[in-house]
Ligand binder design. Structure first.
Ligand code: AMP
Length: 514
Protein backbone atom coordinates (compact mmCIF):
# COMPACT_ATOMS: atom_id res chain seq x y z
CA UNK A 1 0.00 0.00 0.00
CA UNK A 2 2.85 2.39 0.79
CA UNK A 3 4.02 1.78 -2.81
CA UNK A 4 0.62 2.94 -3.98
CA UNK A 5 1.13 6.10 -1.92
CA UNK A 6 4.53 6.82 -3.43
CA UNK A 7 3.07 6.21 -6.82
CA UNK A 8 0.65 9.12 -6.73
CA UNK A 9 2.02 10.55 -9.98
CA UNK A 10 -0.38 9.26 -12.64
CA UNK A 11 -2.01 11.44 -15.31
CA UNK A 12 -5.17 11.55 -13.21
CA UNK A 13 -4.83 11.70 -9.45
CA UNK A 14 -8.32 13.01 -8.71
CA UNK A 15 -9.18 11.62 -5.28
CA UNK A 16 -12.72 10.95 -6.42
CA UNK A 17 -11.54 8.68 -9.23
CA UNK A 18 -9.47 6.79 -6.72
CA UNK A 19 -12.58 6.32 -4.56
CA UNK A 20 -14.86 5.36 -7.45
CA UNK A 21 -12.18 3.11 -8.96
CA UNK A 22 -12.20 1.02 -5.82
CA UNK A 23 -15.94 0.34 -5.80
CA UNK A 24 -16.14 -3.42 -6.12
CA UNK A 25 -19.90 -3.68 -5.75
CA UNK A 26 -22.24 -0.72 -6.42
CA UNK A 27 -24.85 -2.37 -4.18
CA UNK A 28 -22.57 -2.17 -1.17
CA UNK A 29 -23.86 0.24 1.50
CA UNK A 30 -21.96 3.53 1.44
CA UNK A 31 -23.79 5.34 4.19
CA UNK A 32 -26.58 4.74 6.68
CA UNK A 33 -28.45 7.20 8.84
CA UNK A 34 -29.31 6.55 12.47
CA UNK A 35 -32.88 5.98 11.34
CA UNK A 36 -31.74 3.15 9.06
CA UNK A 37 -31.97 4.88 5.65
CA UNK A 38 -29.32 3.50 3.35
CA UNK A 39 -27.39 4.81 0.38
CA UNK A 40 -25.31 2.43 -1.71
CA UNK A 41 -22.06 3.23 -3.48
CA UNK A 42 -24.06 3.16 -6.72
CA UNK A 43 -26.48 5.74 -5.28
CA UNK A 44 -23.51 7.85 -4.25
CA UNK A 45 -22.12 7.80 -7.80
CA UNK A 46 -25.45 8.91 -9.26
CA UNK A 47 -26.12 11.59 -6.61
CA UNK A 48 -22.65 13.11 -6.82
CA UNK A 49 -22.97 13.11 -10.63
CA UNK A 50 -26.19 15.14 -10.37
CA UNK A 51 -24.65 17.59 -7.91
CA UNK A 52 -21.49 17.83 -10.04
CA UNK A 53 -23.58 18.81 -13.06
CA UNK A 54 -25.35 21.40 -10.91
CA UNK A 55 -22.01 22.86 -9.84
CA UNK A 56 -20.96 23.18 -13.48
CA UNK A 57 -24.22 25.01 -14.25
CA UNK A 58 -23.49 27.31 -11.32
CA UNK A 59 -20.28 28.28 -13.08
CA UNK A 60 -17.76 26.15 -11.16
CA UNK A 61 -14.68 25.41 -13.26
CA UNK A 62 -11.61 23.37 -12.38
CA UNK A 63 -9.61 25.12 -9.66
CA UNK A 64 -12.59 27.22 -8.47
CA UNK A 65 -13.33 27.26 -4.77
CA UNK A 66 -16.70 26.05 -3.50
CA UNK A 67 -17.27 27.51 -0.03
CA UNK A 68 -19.70 25.52 2.10
CA UNK A 69 -21.19 26.46 5.45
CA UNK A 70 -23.95 23.97 6.18
CA UNK A 71 -24.98 21.54 8.89
CA UNK A 72 -23.62 18.03 8.57
CA UNK A 73 -25.80 15.76 6.44
CA UNK A 74 -25.21 12.99 3.89
CA UNK A 75 -25.86 15.58 1.16
CA UNK A 76 -23.08 17.73 2.61
CA UNK A 77 -20.66 14.83 2.12
CA UNK A 78 -21.97 14.31 -1.42
CA UNK A 79 -21.33 17.99 -2.14
CA UNK A 80 -17.68 17.51 -1.12
CA UNK A 81 -17.37 14.57 -3.51
CA UNK A 82 -19.14 16.40 -6.33
CA UNK A 83 -16.71 19.30 -5.93
CA UNK A 84 -13.83 16.85 -6.40
CA UNK A 85 -15.52 15.43 -9.49
CA UNK A 86 -15.62 18.81 -11.23
CA UNK A 87 -12.02 19.55 -10.25
CA UNK A 88 -13.13 22.21 -7.77
CA UNK A 89 -11.52 23.09 -4.45
CA UNK A 90 -13.74 22.26 -1.48
CA UNK A 91 -13.78 24.88 1.25
CA UNK A 92 -15.75 23.84 4.32
CA UNK A 93 -16.51 26.41 6.99
CA UNK A 94 -17.35 25.86 10.63
CA UNK A 95 -21.09 26.31 11.14
CA UNK A 96 -20.37 28.54 14.13
CA UNK A 97 -18.83 31.32 12.00
CA UNK A 98 -20.77 34.58 11.94
CA UNK A 99 -21.43 36.72 8.86
CA UNK A 100 -18.50 38.99 9.77
CA UNK A 101 -16.19 36.00 9.86
CA UNK A 102 -17.67 34.62 6.65
CA UNK A 103 -16.91 37.89 4.92
CA UNK A 104 -13.23 37.40 5.70
CA UNK A 105 -13.18 33.85 4.31
CA UNK A 106 -15.14 34.75 1.19
CA UNK A 107 -12.97 37.80 0.54
CA UNK A 108 -9.81 35.76 1.03
CA UNK A 109 -10.75 32.62 -0.91
CA UNK A 110 -12.90 34.22 -3.63
CA UNK A 111 -15.11 31.21 -4.20
CA UNK A 112 -17.14 30.83 -7.37
CA UNK A 113 -20.02 29.29 -5.44
CA UNK A 114 -21.19 29.56 -1.83
CA UNK A 115 -23.49 26.92 -0.38
CA UNK A 116 -25.13 27.90 2.90
CA UNK A 117 -28.07 27.17 5.15
CA UNK A 118 -31.29 28.70 3.77
CA UNK A 119 -31.52 30.86 6.91
CA UNK A 120 -28.19 32.53 6.08
CA UNK A 121 -28.85 33.19 2.42
CA UNK A 122 -30.17 36.73 2.73
CA UNK A 123 -27.37 37.79 5.04
CA UNK A 124 -24.74 36.33 2.77
CA UNK A 125 -26.06 37.62 -0.54
CA UNK A 126 -24.58 41.17 -0.28
CA UNK A 127 -21.23 39.78 0.93
CA UNK A 128 -21.14 37.32 -1.94
CA UNK A 129 -21.99 40.03 -4.43
CA UNK A 130 -19.30 42.33 -3.09
CA UNK A 131 -16.65 39.64 -3.55
CA UNK A 132 -17.69 38.49 -7.01
CA UNK A 133 -19.23 35.13 -6.04
CA UNK A 134 -21.12 33.83 -9.10
CA UNK A 135 -23.88 31.88 -7.30
CA UNK A 136 -25.29 31.03 -3.88
CA UNK A 137 -27.16 27.78 -3.30
CA UNK A 138 -28.74 26.49 -0.12
CA UNK A 139 -28.66 23.19 1.74
CA UNK A 140 -30.29 22.59 5.11
CA UNK A 141 -29.66 20.03 7.83
CA UNK A 142 -32.16 17.64 6.26
CA UNK A 143 -30.44 17.82 2.89
CA UNK A 144 -33.04 20.15 1.34
CA UNK A 145 -32.57 23.44 -0.44
CA UNK A 146 -31.93 24.95 -3.84
CA UNK A 147 -28.81 22.85 -4.46
CA UNK A 148 -30.63 19.53 -4.18
CA UNK A 149 -33.71 20.86 -6.01
CA UNK A 150 -31.53 21.66 -8.99
CA UNK A 151 -29.53 18.44 -8.67
CA UNK A 152 -32.76 16.40 -8.80
CA UNK A 153 -33.31 17.71 -12.33
CA UNK A 154 -29.71 17.23 -13.49
CA UNK A 155 -28.36 14.10 -15.20
CA UNK A 156 -26.45 11.54 -13.13
CA UNK A 157 -23.74 11.01 -15.73
CA UNK A 158 -20.83 13.32 -15.42
CA UNK A 159 -17.36 13.46 -16.92
CA UNK A 160 -14.94 13.75 -14.01
CA UNK A 161 -12.21 16.31 -14.42
CA UNK A 162 -8.73 14.77 -14.28
CA UNK A 163 -6.44 16.30 -11.67
CA UNK A 164 -2.70 16.14 -11.10
CA UNK A 165 -1.42 14.98 -7.72
CA UNK A 166 -0.37 18.53 -6.90
CA UNK A 167 -3.72 20.14 -7.79
CA UNK A 168 -5.75 21.46 -4.90
CA UNK A 169 -8.63 19.37 -3.60
CA UNK A 170 -9.52 21.51 -0.60
CA UNK A 171 -8.70 24.55 1.46
CA UNK A 172 -9.29 24.29 5.20
CA UNK A 173 -8.93 27.38 7.31
CA UNK A 174 -6.99 26.86 10.52
CA UNK A 175 -8.87 27.62 13.70
CA UNK A 176 -6.78 30.77 14.17
CA UNK A 177 -6.44 31.12 17.92
CA UNK A 178 -3.60 33.57 17.25
CA UNK A 179 -4.23 36.12 14.56
CA UNK A 180 -6.29 35.58 11.47
CA UNK A 181 -7.20 32.15 10.17
CA UNK A 182 -5.00 30.91 7.35
CA UNK A 183 -6.23 28.77 4.46
CA UNK A 184 -4.29 25.49 4.40
CA UNK A 185 -4.15 24.26 0.80
CA UNK A 186 -4.48 20.49 0.46
CA UNK A 187 -3.73 18.58 -2.69
CA UNK A 188 -5.23 15.39 -4.08
CA UNK A 189 -1.96 13.69 -3.22
CA UNK A 190 -2.00 14.96 0.38
CA UNK A 191 -5.46 13.53 0.96
CA UNK A 192 -5.09 10.26 -0.93
CA UNK A 193 -1.69 9.38 0.51
CA UNK A 194 -2.77 9.99 4.07
CA UNK A 195 -6.01 8.05 3.81
CA UNK A 196 -4.25 5.09 2.17
CA UNK A 197 -1.59 5.05 4.88
CA UNK A 198 -4.23 5.17 7.62
CA UNK A 199 -6.19 2.34 6.01
CA UNK A 200 -3.09 0.20 6.15
CA UNK A 201 -2.03 1.28 9.65
CA UNK A 202 -5.47 0.84 11.17
CA UNK A 203 -6.45 -2.16 8.99
CA UNK A 204 -9.64 -0.75 7.54
CA UNK A 205 -11.46 -2.95 5.00
CA UNK A 206 -14.79 -3.03 3.20
CA UNK A 207 -16.14 -5.01 6.15
CA UNK A 208 -15.82 -2.03 8.47
CA UNK A 209 -18.72 0.08 9.63
CA UNK A 210 -17.68 3.42 11.12
CA UNK A 211 -19.80 5.40 13.54
CA UNK A 212 -19.23 8.84 12.06
CA UNK A 213 -20.10 11.42 14.70
CA UNK A 214 -17.45 14.09 13.92
CA UNK A 215 -18.17 17.37 12.15
CA UNK A 216 -17.15 17.40 8.49
CA UNK A 217 -15.82 20.95 8.24
CA UNK A 218 -12.58 19.75 9.90
CA UNK A 219 -9.73 17.48 8.81
CA UNK A 220 -10.65 14.78 11.33
CA UNK A 221 -14.24 14.15 10.23
CA UNK A 222 -13.84 15.01 6.55
CA UNK A 223 -10.51 13.47 5.67
CA UNK A 224 -9.52 11.00 8.38
CA UNK A 225 -12.96 9.51 8.90
CA UNK A 226 -14.67 9.94 5.52
CA UNK A 227 -11.77 9.49 3.09
CA UNK A 228 -10.52 6.43 4.96
CA UNK A 229 -13.92 4.77 4.89
CA UNK A 230 -14.63 5.63 1.26
CA UNK A 231 -11.22 4.42 0.05
CA UNK A 232 -11.59 1.26 2.12
CA UNK A 233 -15.02 0.69 0.58
CA UNK A 234 -16.64 0.42 4.01
CA UNK A 235 -19.88 1.80 5.41
CA UNK A 236 -20.44 4.91 7.52
CA UNK A 237 -23.26 5.40 9.98
CA UNK A 238 -23.52 9.13 9.51
CA UNK A 239 -24.68 11.02 12.59
CA UNK A 240 -25.39 14.75 12.57
CA UNK A 241 -23.42 15.19 15.81
CA UNK A 242 -22.02 13.26 18.74
CA UNK A 243 -24.61 12.06 21.20
CA UNK A 244 -23.41 9.49 23.75
CA UNK A 245 -26.80 7.75 24.03
CA UNK A 246 -27.10 7.45 20.29
CA UNK A 247 -23.56 6.15 19.89
CA UNK A 248 -24.15 3.51 22.54
CA UNK A 249 -27.43 2.45 20.87
CA UNK A 250 -25.71 2.13 17.49
CA UNK A 251 -22.63 0.26 18.69
CA UNK A 252 -24.05 -3.14 17.71
CA UNK A 253 -24.19 -1.99 14.07
CA UNK A 254 -20.58 -0.71 13.99
CA UNK A 255 -17.01 -1.94 14.07
CA UNK A 256 -15.20 1.30 14.73
CA UNK A 257 -15.45 4.83 16.10
CA UNK A 258 -13.17 7.81 15.48
CA UNK A 259 -13.44 10.48 18.12
CA UNK A 260 -12.05 13.49 19.87
CA UNK A 261 -11.20 13.11 23.57
CA UNK A 262 -14.50 14.63 24.72
CA UNK A 263 -16.36 11.72 23.05
CA UNK A 264 -14.46 9.37 25.30
CA UNK A 265 -14.77 11.38 28.52
CA UNK A 266 -18.53 11.24 27.96
CA UNK A 267 -18.72 7.64 26.79
CA UNK A 268 -16.68 6.37 29.71
CA UNK A 269 -19.37 7.67 32.08
CA UNK A 270 -22.15 5.97 30.11
CA UNK A 271 -23.54 2.82 31.71
CA UNK A 272 -24.05 1.31 28.25
CA UNK A 273 -20.30 1.15 27.58
CA UNK A 274 -19.41 -2.37 28.65
CA UNK A 275 -17.24 -5.25 27.47
CA UNK A 276 -20.38 -6.88 26.05
CA UNK A 277 -21.64 -3.85 24.14
CA UNK A 278 -18.16 -3.27 22.68
CA UNK A 279 -17.30 -6.92 22.09
CA UNK A 280 -17.53 -6.78 18.30
CA UNK A 281 -15.96 -3.30 17.99
CA UNK A 282 -12.58 -3.48 16.32
CA UNK A 283 -11.14 -0.03 16.89
CA UNK A 284 -11.62 3.21 18.81
CA UNK A 285 -9.32 6.07 17.77
CA UNK A 286 -8.79 9.47 19.35
CA UNK A 287 -7.13 12.67 18.20
CA UNK A 288 -7.32 16.45 17.62
CA UNK A 289 -6.53 17.12 21.28
CA UNK A 290 -4.74 15.23 24.06
CA UNK A 291 -6.60 12.29 25.57
CA UNK A 292 -6.35 12.18 29.35
CA UNK A 293 -4.38 9.13 30.52
CA UNK A 294 -7.13 8.58 33.09
CA UNK A 295 -9.79 8.35 30.37
CA UNK A 296 -7.65 5.88 28.43
CA UNK A 297 -7.26 3.69 31.52
CA UNK A 298 -10.92 3.84 32.59
CA UNK A 299 -12.12 3.14 29.04
CA UNK A 300 -9.93 0.08 28.82
CA UNK A 301 -11.12 -1.17 32.20
CA UNK A 302 -14.78 -0.81 31.20
CA UNK A 303 -14.70 -1.97 27.60
CA UNK A 304 -11.52 -3.99 27.19
CA UNK A 305 -10.44 -1.64 24.37
CA UNK A 306 -7.26 0.44 24.42
CA UNK A 307 -8.10 3.67 22.59
CA UNK A 308 -5.64 4.24 19.76
CA UNK A 309 -4.40 7.82 19.90
CA UNK A 310 -3.00 9.56 16.84
CA UNK A 311 -1.66 13.01 16.07
CA UNK A 312 -2.21 15.29 13.13
CA UNK A 313 -3.18 18.77 12.11
CA UNK A 314 -5.02 20.59 9.32
CA UNK A 315 -1.78 21.44 7.49
CA UNK A 316 -0.24 17.99 7.60
CA UNK A 317 -3.10 15.51 7.82
CA UNK A 318 -2.11 12.69 10.18
CA UNK A 319 1.53 12.33 11.23
CA UNK A 320 1.81 9.68 13.91
CA UNK A 321 -0.22 6.88 15.42
CA UNK A 322 -0.03 4.45 18.26
CA UNK A 323 0.43 0.93 16.89
CA UNK A 324 -2.48 -1.27 15.84
CA UNK A 325 -0.60 -4.26 17.22
CA UNK A 326 1.55 -3.57 20.23
CA UNK A 327 1.19 -1.19 23.13
CA UNK A 328 -1.10 1.79 22.72
CA UNK A 329 0.38 4.03 25.34
CA UNK A 330 -1.71 6.70 27.01
CA UNK A 331 -0.19 10.16 26.86
CA UNK A 332 1.75 9.35 23.68
CA UNK A 333 0.86 9.71 20.02
CA UNK A 334 2.89 6.72 18.89
CA UNK A 335 5.19 6.44 15.90
CA UNK A 336 5.50 8.25 12.56
CA UNK A 337 3.09 6.88 9.94
CA UNK A 338 4.54 5.07 6.93
CA UNK A 339 6.15 7.52 4.51
CA UNK A 340 6.08 10.39 7.03
CA UNK A 341 9.34 11.78 8.46
CA UNK A 342 9.05 13.23 11.93
CA UNK A 343 11.86 14.91 13.85
CA UNK A 344 12.19 16.81 17.08
CA UNK A 345 14.20 19.90 16.32
CA UNK A 346 15.83 22.84 17.95
CA UNK A 347 13.34 25.69 17.46
CA UNK A 348 15.97 28.17 16.30
CA UNK A 349 18.29 26.12 14.11
CA UNK A 350 15.98 23.30 13.06
CA UNK A 351 18.74 20.85 13.93
CA UNK A 352 17.47 17.42 15.02
CA UNK A 353 17.71 16.88 18.78
CA UNK A 354 18.65 13.71 20.63
CA UNK A 355 16.16 11.16 21.90
CA UNK A 356 14.56 12.44 25.10
CA UNK A 357 15.21 16.11 24.39
CA UNK A 358 12.27 18.47 24.10
CA UNK A 359 11.91 20.48 20.90
CA UNK A 360 9.62 21.44 18.04
CA UNK A 361 7.94 18.64 16.12
CA UNK A 362 8.69 18.92 12.41
CA UNK A 363 7.22 16.75 9.65
CA UNK A 364 7.83 16.02 5.99
CA UNK A 365 6.02 13.68 3.63
CA UNK A 366 3.30 13.34 1.00
CA UNK A 367 0.78 14.27 3.72
CA UNK A 368 2.20 17.76 4.26
CA UNK A 369 0.39 20.67 2.59
CA UNK A 370 2.16 22.85 0.00
CA UNK A 371 1.37 26.08 1.85
CA UNK A 372 -1.12 28.69 3.00
CA UNK A 373 -3.51 30.20 0.46
CA UNK A 374 -2.09 33.45 -0.91
CA UNK A 375 0.44 33.73 1.93
CA UNK A 376 3.82 32.85 0.38
CA UNK A 377 5.83 34.63 3.08
CA UNK A 378 3.97 32.93 5.93
CA UNK A 379 4.40 29.60 4.15
CA UNK A 380 8.11 30.13 3.69
CA UNK A 381 8.56 30.99 7.35
CA UNK A 382 6.97 27.72 8.46
CA UNK A 383 9.08 25.36 6.36
CA UNK A 384 12.76 24.49 6.81
CA UNK A 385 14.96 24.57 3.69
CA UNK A 386 14.99 20.74 3.66
CA UNK A 387 11.21 20.60 3.36
CA UNK A 388 10.20 19.93 6.96
CA UNK A 389 7.10 21.77 8.17
CA UNK A 390 7.44 23.40 11.59
CA UNK A 391 4.26 22.24 13.33
CA UNK A 392 4.47 24.54 16.35
CA UNK A 393 3.86 21.54 18.60
CA UNK A 394 6.49 20.83 21.23
CA UNK A 395 7.40 17.20 21.84
CA UNK A 396 9.95 14.53 22.56
CA UNK A 397 10.66 10.90 21.67
CA UNK A 398 10.92 8.41 24.54
CA UNK A 399 13.32 5.50 24.80
CA UNK A 400 10.86 3.19 23.00
CA UNK A 401 10.45 5.62 20.11
CA UNK A 402 6.95 6.81 21.08
CA UNK A 403 6.35 10.48 20.43
CA UNK A 404 4.97 12.63 23.25
CA UNK A 405 3.36 16.03 22.71
CA UNK A 406 4.33 18.44 25.43
CA UNK A 407 2.20 21.35 24.22
CA UNK A 408 2.01 24.10 21.63
CA UNK A 409 5.06 26.34 21.36
CA UNK A 410 2.83 29.36 21.83
CA UNK A 411 1.48 27.90 25.09
CA UNK A 412 4.96 27.57 26.57
CA UNK A 413 5.19 29.68 29.72
CA UNK A 414 8.30 31.71 30.40
CA UNK A 415 8.37 32.72 34.03
CA UNK A 416 11.35 34.52 35.53
CA UNK A 417 13.37 33.33 32.53
CA UNK A 418 12.50 29.65 33.05
CA UNK A 419 10.52 27.56 30.56
CA UNK A 420 7.49 25.75 31.92
CA UNK A 421 5.65 23.22 29.75
CA UNK A 422 2.00 23.39 30.83
CA UNK A 423 1.41 19.69 30.27
CA UNK A 424 3.87 18.74 32.99
CA UNK A 425 2.06 20.86 35.56
CA UNK A 426 -1.36 19.74 34.26
CA UNK A 427 -0.32 16.09 34.60
CA UNK A 428 0.59 16.60 38.26
CA UNK A 429 -2.62 18.48 39.02
CA UNK A 430 -4.79 15.93 37.18
CA UNK A 431 -3.32 13.17 39.33
CA UNK A 432 -4.56 14.80 42.56
CA UNK A 433 -7.65 13.33 44.18
CA UNK A 434 -10.69 15.50 43.57
CA UNK A 435 -9.50 16.80 40.18
CA UNK A 436 -11.25 16.06 36.89
CA UNK A 437 -8.89 18.05 34.70
CA UNK A 438 -6.86 21.21 34.50
CA UNK A 439 -5.36 23.72 32.12
CA UNK A 440 -2.23 25.68 32.90
CA UNK A 441 -1.56 29.01 31.17
CA UNK A 442 0.85 31.90 31.51
CA UNK A 443 -0.71 35.22 32.56
CA UNK A 444 1.17 38.54 32.52
CA UNK A 445 3.03 39.03 35.82
CA UNK A 446 4.79 42.25 36.88
CA UNK A 447 7.88 40.48 38.29
CA UNK A 448 8.11 37.21 36.42
CA UNK A 449 6.94 38.17 32.93
CA UNK A 450 4.39 35.39 33.07
CA UNK A 451 2.88 33.72 36.10
CA UNK A 452 2.01 30.02 35.98
CA UNK A 453 -1.75 29.94 36.43
CA UNK A 454 -3.83 26.79 36.83
CA UNK A 455 -7.52 26.50 36.04
CA UNK A 456 -8.86 23.37 37.72
CA UNK A 457 -12.13 21.46 37.39
CA UNK A 458 -12.94 19.56 40.59
CA UNK A 459 -14.94 16.36 40.84
CA UNK A 460 -18.49 16.79 42.18
CA UNK A 461 -18.42 17.46 45.91
CA UNK A 462 -14.62 17.81 46.13
CA UNK A 463 -13.50 20.56 48.50
CA UNK A 464 -9.92 20.89 47.28
CA UNK A 465 -8.54 24.40 47.89
CA UNK A 466 -5.96 26.53 46.12
CA UNK A 467 -3.51 26.04 48.99
CA UNK A 468 -3.98 22.27 48.98
CA UNK A 469 -3.19 22.10 45.25
CA UNK A 470 -0.04 24.20 45.60
CA UNK A 471 1.09 22.29 48.73
CA UNK A 472 0.61 18.95 46.99
CA UNK A 473 2.62 20.06 43.97
CA UNK A 474 5.45 21.46 46.07
CA UNK A 475 6.99 18.04 46.57
CA UNK A 476 6.57 17.11 42.91
CA UNK A 477 7.67 20.18 40.92
CA UNK A 478 10.50 22.69 40.97
CA UNK A 479 9.48 25.95 42.60
CA UNK A 480 9.39 27.95 39.33
CA UNK A 481 6.86 25.51 37.87
CA UNK A 482 4.39 25.87 40.74
CA UNK A 483 1.18 27.72 39.92
CA UNK A 484 1.13 31.15 41.50
CA UNK A 485 -2.64 31.02 41.43
CA UNK A 486 -5.14 28.18 41.17
CA UNK A 487 -8.59 29.08 39.90
CA UNK A 488 -11.51 26.66 40.09
CA UNK A 489 -13.99 26.43 37.22
CA UNK A 490 -17.00 24.25 36.35
CA UNK A 491 -15.48 23.30 33.02
CA UNK A 492 -12.76 24.30 30.57
CA UNK A 493 -13.60 26.30 27.42
CA UNK A 494 -13.31 23.98 24.43
CA UNK A 495 -13.88 24.31 20.71
CA UNK A 496 -15.98 21.87 18.71
CA UNK A 497 -13.01 19.51 18.30
CA UNK A 498 -12.54 19.28 22.05
CA UNK A 499 -9.44 21.47 22.17
CA UNK A 500 -9.06 23.54 25.32
CA UNK A 501 -9.04 27.18 24.26
CA UNK A 502 -6.08 28.46 26.23
CA UNK A 503 -6.36 31.85 24.56
CA UNK A 504 -9.79 32.22 26.20
CA UNK A 505 -8.33 31.35 29.61
CA UNK A 506 -5.46 33.79 29.10
CA UNK A 507 -7.98 36.51 28.26
CA UNK A 508 -10.23 35.66 31.21
CA UNK A 509 -7.41 35.72 33.73
CA UNK A 510 -5.14 38.24 32.03
CA UNK A 511 -5.32 40.72 34.92
CA UNK A 512 -4.94 38.28 37.78
CA UNK A 513 -1.48 39.54 38.79
CA UNK A 514 -2.01 43.21 38.02
P1 AMP B 1 -6.19 21.07 13.91
O1 AMP B 1 -5.41 21.72 12.83
O2 AMP B 1 -7.42 21.80 14.29
O3 AMP B 1 -6.45 19.63 13.62
O4 AMP B 1 -5.27 21.12 15.21
C1 AMP B 1 -4.04 20.50 15.21
C2 AMP B 1 -3.41 20.55 16.57
O5 AMP B 1 -4.15 19.75 17.50
C3 AMP B 1 -2.03 19.96 16.58
O6 AMP B 1 -1.06 20.87 16.10
C4 AMP B 1 -1.87 19.61 18.05
O7 AMP B 1 -1.51 20.75 18.78
C5 AMP B 1 -3.27 19.18 18.45
N1 AMP B 1 -3.42 17.72 18.44
C6 AMP B 1 -3.89 16.92 17.48
N2 AMP B 1 -3.89 15.63 17.87
C7 AMP B 1 -3.38 15.61 19.12
C8 AMP B 1 -3.13 14.60 20.09
N3 AMP B 1 -3.40 13.32 19.86
N4 AMP B 1 -2.60 14.97 21.27
C9 AMP B 1 -2.32 16.26 21.54
N5 AMP B 1 -2.57 17.27 20.69
C10 AMP B 1 -3.09 16.95 19.49
Amino acid sequence: MIDAVQDLQGPNENLFDRISGRIADPAKVFLETAGGERMTYGDMLAATGRIANTLVLAGVEPGDRVAVQVEKSPENLLLYLATLRVGGVYLPLNTAYTLTELEYFIGDAEPKLVVCDPAKRDGLAPIAQKHGVASIETLDKDGRGSLMDKAAKAPADCADVPRAASDLAAILYTSGTTGRSKGAMLTHRNLASNALTLIETWRFTANDVLLHALPIYHTHGLFVASNVMMLAGGTMIFLPRFDADQVVTLLPRATSLMGVPTFYTRLVQHPGMTRESCAHMRLFTSGSAPLLAETHREFQEKTGHAILERYGMTETNMNTSNPYDGDRIAGTVGFPLGGVDVRIADPDSGKALLQGEIGIIEVRGPNVFPGYWRLPEKTKAEFRPDGFFITGDVGKVDERGYIHIVGRAKDLIITGGFNVYPIEVEGEIDALPGVVESAVVGCPHPDFGEGVTAVVVRTKGATLTEKQVIDALQVRLAKFKLPKRVIFADDLPRNAMGKVQKNVLRDQHGKIYS
